[in-house]
Ligand binder design. Structure first.
Ligand code: ADP
Ligand code: MG
Length: 374
């Protein structure tokens, strides 16, 4: 089974009330592939998922399951499993009967139903909960029951809409490997929706980063992290987020460099693309792991220490600079003193973006730092 979205668009309302929730999305989810739609609240994730489920219908575009056009089919005719944040279990039924209910409706004999439920419960580690009533379970356990209910039905497409957003960090970490096991076992295409980039990065074969109704980038988590195609993706993926500086492309002795304040970086891999930016502003992005803090303010971008957030294994240190607040990942035992530091950028990790469009400039990385005029 392969799920294909071809130029899917969904517009709500008209005139001044018109909202383009989904603005022409192309996406393919292969059999057994786990794809996550990730983006900020309101970017169109739920609307996209609802169109795939059949709960909503695109204004334009088509959705196909293999070669079958399902764009206008109701959910019942799509053989999908759908998991939401709100878990609607039947309160008067035991956990076992909740999990078996879909099979009962489908006419499976009781012994077979219970056997499948037993297998699912083992995978989900809830065999000791089967005789309980759902109300007595924690949120995380209820979500396992909901997963089990879908698992026993062996759906052809699995859809999730923020199933973990009600759970605390510890429960999320416990549930993630279970979601992976369940979806692996079913082996169908999975479309998972979340606003949580960490969840997307840890669960997915590929992530589809969505912004304002459009897909900005689709790729393996590491690809998207290492090579974001836009300022939006660079700032949305990764925690703490990519830091940005307003720079300028300057030409000196026939070669192009990127200047950030008094510091210049010679650019190699940006190549010819950079020529069109000569004399123009450019956005300079750097992940906070790739900056170091020097005691000498002249050594880098001048920065006043504001605050340290010790996390145990590392510290997030926040500085005030002429370019705004900047976060740097420092050592676990770093404690900033009052006064000025210099923030040194690892030039090999620099990413350049067009200030107007936010698009990445080449697959740019700057190399070697040089003081201005050197
Ligand atoms: P997300 O799930 O990423 O938070 P949604 O898909 O829920 O985003 O919403 C995308 C946009 O579409 C939002 O601006 C939202 O207000 C709008 N929207 C969603 N559903 C409707 C609806 N039924 N009627 C009007 N606007 C809607
Ligand atoms: Mg949503």
């Amino acid at each position: 089974m392969t799920v294909t979205l071809d130029n899917v668009r969904r517009v709500f309302g008209d005139g001044s009330d018109k909202v383009v929730a989904v603005d022409g999305i192309d996406l393919t989810i292969d059999d057994g592939e786990f794809v996550t739609l990730v983006g900020p609240s309101g970017c169109g994730k739920t609307t996209t998922l609802r169109c795939v489920s059949g709960l909503d219908t695109p204004t334009d575009g088509t959705i196909t399951f293999n070669d079958r056009d399902v764009t206008d089919l109701p959910p019942q005719q799509r053989d999908i499993a759908l998991l939401f944040q709100d878990i609607a279990l039947y309160p008067h039924m035991s956990v076992r009967d909740n999990m078996a209910y879909g099979l009962k409706i489908a006419g499976e004999p009781k012994s077979q139903r219970y056997e499948k439920v037993q297998d699912a419960a083992e995978l989900l580690q809830i065999t000791d909960q089967l005789d309980k009533s759902p109300a007595s379970l924690s949120g995380g356990q209820q979500q396992r029951v909901a997963l089990g209910r879908s698992l026993v039905r062996d759906p052809t497409v699995f859809l999730f809409d923020e199933p973990m957003s009600d759970l605390d960090a510890k429960l999320k970490r416990e549930l993630r490997p279970i979601v992976e096991q369940v979806t692996d076992q079913i082996g169908c295409p999975v479309l998972y929706v979340t606003h949580d980039q960490e969840e997307a990065m840890t669960l997915s074969d590929r992530v589809a980063v969505m912004n304002d109704g459009e897909l900005e980038q689709v790729g393996k988590p590491k690809e998207v992290y290492d090579n974001p195609v836009s300022e939006f993706v660079a700032s949305f993926i990764g925690q703490p987020t990519t830091q940005f500086f307003d720079g300028e492309v300057v030409e000196r002795d026939g070669s192009l460099r990127v200047a950030v304040g008094d510091h210049e970086y010679s650019v190699e891999r940006a190549g010819n693309v950079l020529r069109s930016y000569a004399g123009q502003p450019v956005r300079v992005g750097i992940r906070p792991q790739y900056m170091s803090v020097e005691e000498d303010p002249e050594a880098g971008i001048p920065a006043t220490h504001m605050l340290d957030e010790p996390l145990g294994d590392e510290t997030h240190s926040i500085f005030e600079t002429p370019f705004g607040e900047v976060t740097v990942v420092t050592h676990a035992d770093f404690e900033g003193k009052k006064g000025e530091y210099g923030l040194v950028i690892d030039p090999e990790r620099v990413m350049l973006f067009d200030p107007e469009t936010g698009d990445r400039v080449g697959r740019s990385t700057a190399v070697r730092e040089k003081a201005a005029g050197a």
